[in-house]
Structures are given as structure tokens and as C-alpha cells.
Ligand binder design. Structure first.
Ligand code: CP
Ligand code: NVA
Length: 338
């Protein structure tokens, strides 16, 4: 499998075999890390990480992954570089491409990461845009594979804001890999219809289905995986909370919903998650909307604390897998030695 020189901006650009290869390579790198086998295959190379939005997992996975591969890293945060204010994305791409061997971008517009990839001359990796979050999907599917020993034919239910970067990317990944995907959300929060239709056609070729429902108990029946994400994403205005709570308060993942899924179902979430009052936003929402919506009065929003802390929850394995999968993406796109 030769992916050298390729950018990783959306799973739509990758074949089933290529995605499966990246997951397999991730599992191999995870084992090597656990056994203490060094894998500094990219010694002497340099990567730059551009973040217009904050991050814990993605940033740390790229940094530790790069160090494990023997590389040096520059982090440029939401402020502190010329990008976007004094310098265009196109010029930034051409400058950084002369200095670095790979570029990670997390930001708002998906067209920005596409422009970087077009003009940098080195691999560009999408660490999240408003539209897609493809590196997260590799970690999610590695976690599913670790739990069920397969991906083909798994019943995967995504509940919540189904038209955000996670909803879109999970649907695409599922369609490519033959996973049965059920989206559960009010119709106003379903992905764009052209993307759903495209994914339905891909899924059909791969022997799986893409379906949507507005009813949580219907959509979670027989699910092997119940997945959710925050109800308001980074970059959305604060005043969107009121209407989003109105749309999604009935879509919280709680013990009742988990009991409705398959007996061996697992719970997943890309994190960060709101499941209590130990975050600033959790406290604010509980205070402002707790009287109106009983679901959020303890700061629990898309998922209850009880589900996240249960044995069915795999969220921290999933978070760890960001490291191994991001490392695989860097290695596979920068070298043919793996
Ligand atoms: N899941 C994820 O992308 O987390 P961060 O925002 O912490 O990178
Ligand atoms: N949908 C979330 C994903 C965070 C990893 C966001 O964009 O904020």
C-alpha cells in the first residue's frame, strides 16, 4: 500500500482498502509502542501543527506521534502566526511547504484545508474542520475492531447532531467499510441530502445500509455501538444553545437507551463530553436551562455520567487510539517504509 505524498483531508478521497490499511498499521504501531519497540522511521523530518481551534487529543496525538516517529514539531495556535490575518492560506501553504515535511490543520472552513493541501507540496492532514473530522474516525473504527474483532456488518448508531463534522465523517467511514449506520436526530439535524445519497450508494456497494430516524428507541435497537458527540460544536455561536437544547434534549444517551441496544453494545464519544458540572460550560448550561430541561440540570447533556463511567463505555480507549491512528497517517503519507 503506497500512500506516500497523499494528503488526508476527507475519507471520501480514500478507498476501503486504504482505510483498512491505515487501521491495520495503527494496530501494529500500537503494539510496537506497548512493547517498547522503537519506530523512529521519520528521523530528521519536521511537521507543523496549525490550530485555529483548541484541542487536547488531536494536538497531543500529533505531537507524541511525531516524536515517536523521530520528528520535530512546531505548534502554531489560534493566535501567534500571520495565517488568515496578514497572510492568505495559499501563501501560508507555500511558505510552510518549503520548511516542513507535513502540515496538520484544524480550523473552521473545510475549503481552507483543501487549499493548504493544493498548494503546500507536502502532505496536509485534516485535524478537524466544520465539515469533517477524518482522523477521529480511524481511532473510532480501530476501537470498534478491538472490541468486536471486525468492522463488516457492525450496527453503528450515531445519535445527536448528525450534520456536524462527526456525523458526516462517521457516516462516510461506515459507508466505505461496510458498517450499518443509523443516524438518530431530528430531521433538521440530518446531514445534507446529497451526502446521505452518496453514502447510501457507497454503502450498497460495500454490503451495508445507511438509515435515519427521529426516534431514539427505534434507532438504538440492535445497535452494537452507540455513539454521540456534543450538541454544540466549536465555532458555533453561544446563543445556539437555546435552540439546540430544544431540538436535542430528548436525544441524550442514558442507561435506558443503552439497555435498548444489543447486549454487548459499547458506548463511544470522540470527547470532550458534557456529562456533569465539572466543566465551565456544563455548569453554565445547568444553571441557565436546568429548570426548563430536566435532562441538563446536572450538567449532563449528550450523555449521562452513569453511561460514560459504565463498563460499556470505551471512550478512553478511543482517545488513546487517536495517538496510534494519527501516527499511522503521518507515517503512511510521509514514507513508504512501514
Ligand atoms: N476528539 C478530539 O478531536 O478532541 P480534541 O478537540 O481534544 O482534539
Ligand atoms: N463536533 C465537535 C467535535 C470535537 C472533537 C466539534 O467540532 O466541536
Amino acid at each position: 500500500m503506497n500512500l506516500k505524498g497523499r494528503s488526508f483531508v476527507t475519507l471520501l478521497d480514500f478507498s476501503k482498502e486504504e482505510i483498512l490499511y491505515l487501521i491495520e498499521l495503527s494496530a501494529r504501531l500500537k503494539q510496537e509502542k506497548q512493547k517498547g519497540i522503537p519506530h523512529k522511521h521519520l528521523e530528521g523530518k519536521n511537521v507543523v501543527l496549525l490550530f485555529q481551534k483548541d484541542s487536547t487529543r488531536t494536538r497531543c496525538a500529533f505531537e507524541v506521534g511525531a516524536y515517536d516517529l523521530g520528528m520535530a514539531v512546531t505548534y502554531l495556535g489560534p493566535s501567534g502566526s500571520q495565517m488568515g490575518t496578514k497572510e492568505s492560506i495559499k501563501d501560508t501553504a507555500r511558505v510552510l511547504g518549503r520548511m516542513y515535511d507535513g502540515i496538520q490543520f484544524r480550523g473552521y472552513l473545510h475549503s481552507d484545508v483543501e487549499q493548504l493541501a493544493e498548494h503546500a507540496g507536502v502532505p496536509v492532514w485534516n485535524g478537524l474542520t466544520d465539515l469533517y473530522h477524518p482522523t477521529q474516525i480511524l481511532a473510532d473504527f480501530l476501537t470498534v475492531k478491538e472490541n468486536f474483532g471486525k468492522l463488516d456488518g457492525i450496527n453503528f448508531t450515531y445519535i445527536g447532531d448528525a450534520r456536524n463534522n462527526m456525523g458526516n465523517s462517521l457516516m462516510i467511514g461506515a459507508a466505505k467499510l461496510g458498517i450499518n449506520f443509523t443516524g438518530v436526530a431530528p430531521k433538521t439535524l440530518w446531514p445534507e441530502s446529497h451526502l446521505i445519497e452518496h453514502c447510501k450508494a457507497l454503502a450498497k456497494d460495500n454490503g451495508s445500509t445507511i438509515v435515519f430516524t427521529e426516534t431514539p428507541l427505534e434507532g438504538s435497537r440492535n445497535a452494537d455501538v452507540i455513539y454521540t458527540d456534543v450538541w454544540v460544536s466549536m465555532g458555533e455561536p453561544k446563543d445556539v444553545w437555546r435552540s439546540r437544547l430544544g431540538q436535542l434534549h430528548g436525544y441524550q444517551v442514558d442507561d435506558k437507551l443503552m439497555r435498548n441496544a444489543s447486549k454487548n453494545a459499547i458506548f463511544m464519544h470522540c470527547l470532550p463530553a458534557f456529562h456533569g458540572t465539572d466543566t465551565e460550560i456544563g455548569r453554565q448550561i445547568a444553571k441557565e436551562f436546568g429548570d426548563e430541561y430536566k435532562q441538563v440540570k446536572n450538567g449532563e447533556m449528550e450523555v449521562t455520567d452513569s453511561v460514560i463511567e459504565s463498563g460499556q463505555s470505551k471512550v478512553f480507549d478511543e482517545a488513546e487510539n487517536r495517538l496510534h491512528t494519527i501516527k499511522a497517517v503521518m507515517l503512511a503519507t510521509m514514507s513508504d517504509n512501514h
